[in-house]
Write a protein that binds this ligand. Structure first.
Ligand code: AMP
Ligand code: MG
Length: 510
């Protein structure tokens, strides 16, 4: 039975949704059978809309009124397929905590197809929690409402901070419960991504020695995401360069806002450098380079400060899969790939240092300013200073007069440590001679007032699971959509948690 027949048959049973409700195109579905399994979402008992991301809906050229009407919600829940859908689960492998797993794949996510946004860019549309697939192994293919709310909040928070990420299009409650140690209400996240191809997708074929499929996959990624490479004879090296550069920029942008992904396995590493697969992620409260929040990261492999090194490790795994495409001579292939992967460090430090000096109020990067910024970080780490508050409050200090420094000093357990630093900082600012008002505005545009602190995410998740109360989630989304703007009426969401309210363990929860 062909996939389209199967689709039509099930729509007869469920009632078809017109394709103009959700016009989908297909490029991944055109790849050979080895790349995916055709599978439909399993209908849920009683879908209800938790939230539709209207802003994103508009960007995608969809109709928010129709999508939030009962027929639209049925589509978002996977109960009805748009005429245009060709649902499938993608296959991939991956290194999980350093260990090779030959086959993973979408175990609880189903790709419906691709929408073209108003600017003609394609985005994958995926239902996460839509039922079992051939890759579900022992899992139920479902998701609790908790992780749906967490991923919605996390991805929208990063997007508003200007960091590349998958986006949340909608969250739906299924009206069913899932067993996660206890019964929890089930949910589905509708997410969009520039791509769901991962480093692990390449690894899956490489470990089978299937060079033809790797070539096919690389051509697919180049054609869809990096068409400018098509003219290059060494286009596969170009693909590696693109992924290395984007991943370096991405990890730098994470570090600059205190984000810890938590599960940087190769199967959770996007080929286009977007943040993907939100699990036990977290944001730093006190600045601590070795911070680990994830309950499953016992060895600290994915600690905050490990992320650049791990990203490079993951990119090395990608490079290995591309070797047969780079040069018929194995040594020459290794040499070319090694050079590109080693280029990660320069690219990362460029972006990270540029961001750091901006965070302390300078436009141009110089070695002295980098050293000055790092000195502050070291003091913050030694004195348990809250990362976000330190930089935000620093943004507001007078560049000449230390009279108002108490707002920052009190964040350090030894305020004198900040005093020593601020003398150096002010003398550098004076040398620079920039307008102090402009400098403050620049700094506030680089230092968010609001991040998704762990205790806030947890409170929103708890309210959703325990009372189906989405009020806290809504409020966070409103505030986090403008992270660089002071919002006095939401001031308490900018504050660090009291010691007893801190959440230092995060869970993926699936
Ligand atoms: P993650 O690292 O959380 O992205 O997930 C690792 C793998 O486990 C992926 O292949 C997922 O599809 C799969 N998985 C996670 N939760 C479930 C579930 N509830 N049912 C089926 N598969 C799952
Ligand atoms: Mg994953």
């Amino acid at each position: 039975m062909s996939p389209s027949n199967r689709t039509r048959e099930s729509q007869a049973a469920e009632g078809a949704a017109p394709s103009d409700l959700f016009p989908l195109r297909h490029s991944y579905a055109r790849l050979p059978e080895a790349f995916h399994s055709r599978i439909e979402p399993t209908p849920v008992a009683q879908p209800s809309l938790i939230r539709l991301n209207r802003e994103l809906v508009e960007v995608l050229g969809l109709d928010p009124e129709r999508l939030s009407a009962p027929e639209g919600v049925e589509v978002l829940a996977g109960n009805r397929l748009p005429d245009s859908a060709e649902p499938l689960a993608m296959v991939y492998g991956g290194h999980q905590f350093g260990n090779w797993v030959p086959q993973l794949g979408d175990g609880r996510a189903i790709l419906l197809g691709e929408v073209e946004d108003r600017e003609g860019r394609r985005r994958d549309v995926q239902l996460k929690g839509a039922g079992r697939t051939p890759y579900s192994r022992g899992g139920d293919g479902r998701s609790s409402i908790g992780p749906v709310v967490r991923e919605y909040l996390g991805s929208e928070a990063l997007a508003a901070l200007g960091i590349p990420t998958t986006r949340a299009l909608a969250a739906v409650a299924t009206g069913e419960s899932v067993l996660r140690g206890r019964e929890e209400p089930g949910g589905i996240l509708v997410r969009v991504a520039r791509s769901h191809v991962r480093v692990g997708t390449f690894e899956y074929f490489a470990h089978r020695g299937d060079t033809a499929s790797i070539t096919r996959l690389a051509d697919y990624v180049i054609g869809r995401h990096f068409p400018h490479l098509e003219e290059r004879e060494d286009r596969y090296l170009g693909l590696l360069e693109e992924t290395v550069a984007r991943t370096a920029d991405l990890v730098a942008s994470w570090l600059l806002v205190g984000f810890i992904h938590g599960v940087m396995n190769t199967d959770n590493t996007s080929i286009v450098g977007e943040t993907i697969d939100y699990g036990p992620f977290g944001f730093l409260d006190p600045y601590r380079p070795d911070e680990v929040y994830s309950s499953i990261d016992r060895g600290g492999r994915y600690a905050y400060g490990q992320q650049p090194g791990i990203a490079q490790w993951n990119l090395t795994r990608l490079a290995e899969t591309l070797l047969p495409l780079l040069d018929p001579e194995a040594d020459a292939a290794v040499e070319a790939a090694t050079e590109v992967v080693q280029g990660f460090s320069d690219r990362f430090f460029d972006a990270y240092h540029r961001g750091l000096v901006r965070k302390i109020g300078f436009r141009e990067t110089t070695p002295e300013r980098i050293e000055l910024a790092k000195d502050l970080l070291q003091r913050m780490s030694a004195e348990s200073a809250d990362m976000t508050l330190t930089f935000r409050e620093l943004s507001k200090l007078d560049g000449r007069d230390p009279g108002g420094d108490e707002t920052v000093r009190r964040l350090f357990s030894e305020p004198e440590s900040f005093d020593e630093w601020s003398v150096r900082w002010r003398s550098r600012l004076e040398e620079e001679g920039a307008d102090d008002g402009e400098r403050r505005a620049d700094m506030q545009a680089a230092n968010p007032a609001f991040i998704l602190r762990n205790h806030l995410a947890q409170a929103a998740v708890d309210a959703a699971i325990e009372e189906l109360n989405f009020g806290p989630m809504e409020r966070l989304l409103t505030v986090l959509s403008q992270p660089y703007t002071d919002q006095p009426e939401h001031e308490e969401l900018a504050q660090a948690p009291a010691a007893e309210d801190r959440v230092t363990r995060t869970f993926c929860g699936t």
